[in-house]
Design a protein around this ligand. Structure first.
Ligand code: SAM
Length: 196
């Protein structure tokens, strides 16, 4: 609520309507990331962000997209399954005003993350528990195939990593850090880009 009040946006879960809440139960209910923790997670990334695209799979009303825009990412993309949440994210992106904004190329995409075509460039992939296990496996399978075709650096920031064992089971990923609240993974074999 405080974040929304200060930034004149609508990103809380409190104002999500019942229809969307019910839809959320079939996938994963909308809950936005806490701003302080988000910045902590971005701060541990050990490379310059300006070569990277930020992608949030399951981006809801787009709070992380606004928060990420305070970092110098090349581009910011959110993918959200529920149309109502995606529409609110689009409005937030349009209306967000922040003197400290460092990336203005922000987009919310309506769609199923399982069918999302990953950008062919270095990417920070953000996951706040958006999927059940089967969907997470499908997403990582697709990512592995995309990497085999176009090798590049991908770092995964996994917030509330309940299914961390799934990430650990993909041999193109290795753990690079984390706490109880999040885990950091990176693709093996590929350079991280400009180290901080
Ligand atoms: C826990 S919320 C996280 C919201 C946002 N990432 C954040 O951190 O503020 C998870 C979101 O994932 C979305 N979601 C669930 N399954 C999805 C799918 N297959 N494709 C895209 N979005 C999905 C839900 O609708 C919900 O908005």
């Amino acid at each position: 609520m405080e974040y929304d009040w200060e930034n004149r946006v609508n990103t809380t879960s409190g104002t999500v309507r019942w229809r969307e809440r019910l839809l959320g139960l079939f996938h994963s209910p909308y809950q936005p990331t806490e701003p302080g923790l988000f910045h902590e997670m971005m701060a541990i990334l050990p490379f310059e962000l300006d070569q990277f695209t930020f992608v949030d799979l399951g981006s809801g009303k787009g709070r992380t997209l606004l928060l990420a825009s305070q970092c110098p990412f090349r581009k910011i993309v959110g993918v959200e399954l529920i149309e109502e949440l995606h529409r609110v994210a689009e409005k937030n992106i349009r209306e967000y005003q922040d003197a400290e904004q460092r990336c203005r190329q922000i987009e919310s995409v309506l769609g199923d993350a399982r069918a999302y075509e990953f950008p062919l460039e270095p990417t920070v992939l953000y996951l706040f528990n958006p999927f059940p296990e089967r969907a997470l496996v499908e997403v990582l399978d697709r990512l592995g195939k995309s990497l085999a075709e176009f090798p590049r650096a991908i770092w995964i920031v996994y917030h509330n990593p309940l299914l961390e064992s799934v990430l650990g089971s993909f041999n193109f990923l290795e753990r690079a850090g984390g706490t109880q609240q999040y885990a950091l993974y990176r693709t093996t074999h590929f350079s991280p880009g400009k180290v901080k």
